[in-house]
Design a protein around this ligand. Sequence first.
Ligand SMILES: [Zn+2]
Length: 98
Amino acid sequence: MSSVPKTMHAAVTRAWNDIRIEEVPVPELDPGEVLLRVGACGICGTDLKIVSGVYAGSWPPALPFIQGHEWGGAFQPQLVLRLRALTRASSCSQAMAR
Ligand SMILES: [Zn+2]
């Protein structure tokens, strides 16, 4: 089983028309969120508009901003194991006790 890395690569918009590939911390999860390992991410026309500031004032909410909303990935193995453990329970109370 692989562990969750501390950092990841990201396309970061630092300023309008200034996008860089950087090593950034893997985000902490809030309750109800799931961590996925991104295998690939595309850059679409909307990303190019965001980088150039076309939506400045409405999107992104602040800079620096991590680009990329068209991606594919997979569950982290640890989370898949936890989901399997939860599905073995025969009732919600058994699942919640795990
Ligand atoms: Zn898009």
